[in-house]
Write a protein that binds this ligand. Structure first.
Ligand code: NCD
Ligand code: ZN
Ligand code: ZN
Length: 429
């Protein structure tokens, strides 16, 4: 099986290739990259003139909800949403039911993904049993079963001594720790950023200190234990500052920002609407500016979605009652192009670094490039097309997004995983 993608503009920072080329795909691999390829055998031809070709995106932070919460999302539907968003590899967090805290659950997810997923699924194991914060998981067992990282996402490990022990075990097994930073004792009943807007809406606030205190703690623990620390969904100016300081000191820390945190501020929350409720919350304009500058300056390494689907019934409740989380896989690229590339914060090359090259590096996987001989995980996108986001067109079961009917720029046209088209934009979407 041959596929020839003609005249696309390749952006591949890892291979230092940028320009218009043809790509010949044979089976699951990239066979040739050159100008004007004429295949020996008959090939399916895709005209990519005027379009951009990038290595497939890698999302370090998704919630696929399986096992246990299949009414919110399944590995199958989550993977289809990923494909539609240009993501060819996704890492599901362990807050499932049961939690991903044993080799059995890791193997079950991998098995299910092999049968049903249209993209690569690399699971993240829990740090404590049942994510209860009391007893560490067997990280060697998780690693051997296929976990690519450990995390307690959904909450922090609040017992600092236990966490330090966990970090040492993770480091010993070459597993990075993906940290959700939230001091539970400070949150109380908070549902949105503490500030003027929260007071105006009469809702309880979540201060920046809730995140910043644990970011500081976790960086210090990483310094002491030598673990590779990846900070999930950073939302505050001080998180960016602390990551910058830690990097200057040579501590092995990386940072991630989610599209909603750079696309919206707390002032954009129109009313008591739980489609604007996520953890951490939408922050102030000053924080948003710091996140965008952090991305621009290379302090923030990764854009990840924290795709967190919930049912319509759950999200029809008020801010105070509904669960935290919004979907993100199908809007991440457009929001990034609209709010980072078109506004001059990131070049398209830097965007590919944040969405593909750096995540691959953090996972230590052989992805994030489209060179000859590589597995053909790639996307074809249009950086200039304008469209209106429609949540009803999502492949995800979750429709919980604050971006429904938002006008954005940039769209995914094709997604290839191992040489196969797993998503193709239909003419009227
Ligand atoms: N981000 C969220 O608001 N929710 C996530 C949990 C998490 O990422 O902490 C979820 O699992 O729903
Ligand atoms: Zn989290
Ligand atoms: Zn999460």
């Amino acid at each position: 099986m041959l596929t020839l993608i003609k005249n696309g503009y390749i952006i591949d920072p890892k291979a230092k290739r940028e320009g218009i080329f043809d790509i010949l795909i044979e089976g699951d691999r990239i066979k040739r990259i050159d100008s004007n390829i004429i295949p020996e055998k008959s090939a399916t031809i895709i005209d990519a003139s005027g379009k951009t070709i990038m290595p497939g995106f890698i999302d370090l932070h998704v919630h696929l909800r399986e096992p246990g919460y299949e009414y919110k999302e399944t590995i199958k539907t989550g993977s289809m949403a990923a494909a539609a968003g240009g993501f060819t590899t996704i890492c599901p967090m362990p807050n499932t039911k049961p939690a991903t805290d044993s080799s059995e659950v890791i193997r079950w997810i991998l098995d299910r993904a092999k049968q049903e997923a249209v993209v690569n699924v690399l699971p993240i194991g829990a740090i404590t049993l049942g994510q209860e914060g009391l007893e560490l998981t067997n990280m060697q067992e998780l690693f051997e079963a296929g976990a690519v990282a450990v995390s307690e996402d959904g909450k922090s490990v609040m017992d600092t001594a236990l966490y330090a022990e966990g970090m040492k075990l993770a480091a010993g097994n070459k597993l990075p720790v993906f940290a959700h930073c939230e001091d539970k004792s400070l949150v109380k009943s908070g549902v949105m950023n503490a500030g003027k807007k929260a007071s105006l809406l009469g809702l309880a606030g979540i201060s920046n200190a809730v995140e910043d205190i644990i970011v500081a703690r976790d960086i210090l623990l990483a310094k002491e234990t030598g673990v590779r620390l990846h900070l999930c969904h950073c939302s505050t100016r001080d998180s960016v500052k602390m990551i910058s300081l830690a990097k200057e000191e040579g501590i092995k820390v990386t940072g991630e920002v989610c599209p909603h945190h750079f696309a919206l501020t707390d002032e954009d929350i129109p009313s008591d609407d739980s489609d604007y409720k996520m953890n951490p919350p939408l922050r102030s304009a000053d924080d948003v500016e710091a996140l965008k500058e952090g991305l621009r300056d290379g302090i923030i390494d990764v854009i990840a979605t924290d795709h967190a689907p919930h049912s319509e019934e759950e999200k029809s409740k008020s801010m105070a009652e509904a669960p935290f989380g919004i979907v993100g896989l199908e809007t991440a690229f457009s929001l990034s192009v609209t709010h980072l590339v078109k506004t001059g914060y990131l070049t398209p090359v830097q965007l590919v670094e944040k969405l593909s090259v750096n995540p691959a590096k953090i996972l230590g996987i052989d992805r994030g490039s489209i060179s000859e001989g590589c597995v053909a995980d790639l996307v074809i996108a249009d950086f200039d097309i304008e469209y209106t986001i429609d949540k009803n067109s999502f492949y995800s079961k979750g429709k919980n997004t604050p971006f429904h009917e938002s006008k954005v720029i940039g769209q995914i046209l094709y997604t290839f995983v191992a040489g196969k088209v797993v998503y193709q934009k239909s003419r009227n979407s």
